[in-house]
Design a protein around this ligand. Sequence first.
Ligand SMILES: Nc1ncnc2c1ncn2[C@@H]1O[C@H](COP(=O)(O)OP(=O)(O)OP(=O)(O)O)[C@@H](O)[C@H]1O
Ligand SMILES: [Mg+2]
Length: 458
Amino acid sequence: MTILNADLTVKRGQATMVERIALRVAAGQSVTLIGETGSGKSLFAQAILGTLPPGLHAQGTLHIEGAPVALDDPKALASFWGHAISVLPQEPWRALDPLMRAKQQVAEVHRLVAGNTDAAAAASEDLAALGLGQAAERYPFELSGGMAQRLAIAAARAGGGRIVVADEPTKGLDLARRDEVAQRLKRVTDDGGALLTITHDLALAAALGGEILVLRKGQLIERGPAEQVLKTPADPYTAELIAAEPRHWQKTPSARRGTPVLSAQGVTVERGGRQLFESLDLVLHAGEVVGLCGPSGVGKSSLGDTLLGITAPATGQVTRGNGHARMRFQKLWQDPPAAFAPHLALGQGLDDLMALQGIPRDRLPPLLERLRLEKGLLARKPDAVSGGELQRLSMARALLLEPVFLFADEPTSRLDPLTQRDVIQMLTSLARDRGIAVLLVSHDPKLIDSVTDRQIAL
Ligand SMILES: Nc1ncnc2c1ncn2[C@@H]1O[C@H](COP(=O)(O)OP(=O)(O)OP(=O)(O)O)[C@@H](O)[C@H]1O
Ligand SMILES: [Mg+2]
């Protein structure tokens, strides 16, 4: 039986944002959307969920559990959330209540949506299964990016909806966690549910199997069984996308190390009274790209905050050298929305920054071009661009400040493999040409291996 049947187009006024895509997902079936960042994957999912941004609308037909639903009635669509459809949005923070502890978030859904009388026990079980048992009493802001991602999954699944829509459920997760999430998503189809996943992670797409749809520039360019599309792609773009995965990258030669830019001696970092790691020593030199690895929640982002002077170390000392202004020690946020004010047009935020810091305005256009960002995006607010576009805009923001040190926290987690490869190449060549010291966090060991000179493991 088909439990999700969508045949729709997404429009903005007369303009077509996503050309017609017809999708039928039967009980026990998995459909995965892959493709270019900004190609319309999230918009397609949002049309089904009734969460399209203002000004955009969907045309076509939608059937949920066999019943027709009006695409232009967000209230009717919202009534399916939790009960019939579980939703995992692209930004986990948008799915979580900042004022509620982790376990309570999941228990509420068990109680209110699924009507479970022992919601607390069910919530504890879910958290344990996702490796979040220790974090049950923490608030979202006390969680790492990967942990928040897993919490959002637990909360979404607690409602028990048969249809699961997951937008990049594994971004920012290490390989072990990614496999766990893949197993959890597979359980949806094993239990007779329907799964619609959006991902840039081709290994996840392969693990989920089912049908794959490839999108580019608002168009469906290829579809077919997962194995066929991934092993023998018919469209040249799909082939390029697959070839751009980090495991196919060539090792880039090491840079010549410049003078030390930043050093840490005996640094111990604590968060919420817990010690994350102790007595870390490191020196970073101009022009070198160093990898930072370690499992989700180990304290990679916290180390970054300590190196940047945003938080103080519990013991030890960080020296940011050579008389450079504080502004030139920058980070690329793991969570791109955090880099921008939500109610301000993106371009306005960048203009204000350039005015405040006395940065010549002609520095911006070439950066946008190298990051493959269109100028038109600047007129929009952060919630009106795609996840990958916002990630690259936050990179442009940091690079405008001509950093001498960059803490790059999963800087390409929201990009398709092809765009990821270009952006990482740009970042490493900038590091070499301009002598930026880059500390690069990624959960992809192949990526880290091929572009870094050395690695620090936490
Ligand atoms: N509110 C909006 N107004 C105008 N354009 C928008 C709006 N929201 C998104 N877009 C544009 O629609 C296009 C498709 O966006 P969408 O979020 O679906 O991309 P995506 O395929 O999910 O990309 P990513 O992989 O980067 O998340 C993008 O170019 C984006 O800038
Ligand atoms: Mg998206």
